[in-house]
Design a protein around this ligand. Sequence first.
Ligand code: FES
Length: 127
Amino acid sequence: MNPHPVFYPVDTRGLMPGEVRQQTLGGKDIAIFNIDGAFFATSDFCTHLRGRLSDGHVEGETVTCPLHFGKFNIRTGQAMNPPCKAGLPVYPVRLEGGTLMVGLPAQAEGRPHIPVTAASSMPRASA
Ligand code: FES
């Protein structure tokens, strides 16, 4: 397994503070959060029964699952109340030339992946 994440560009235009948006990156469903102008990325699936957190409610650094109202800390992925017990996968983010880049685990060796670079034609984020 390659320990280095592969970074994907994300278009954050229109993603306002306090909002979340679903994004498919590298075949994975990711939730992109804007917390007071800082971006965070987690799995889009609740660890209880896979509710979509991009349909959840964001308040401060907490997202509430729309299905059974489990809560997670967006920065750390920590489950904050039942029925959620397992933490949420969180992914590293960085800005490259104004574009948000989200790092996902590289696929297992022997399975090809196509890394996307910041040199893509994605529009620049205005954050
Ligand atoms: S699916 Fe999220 S709390 Fe049940």
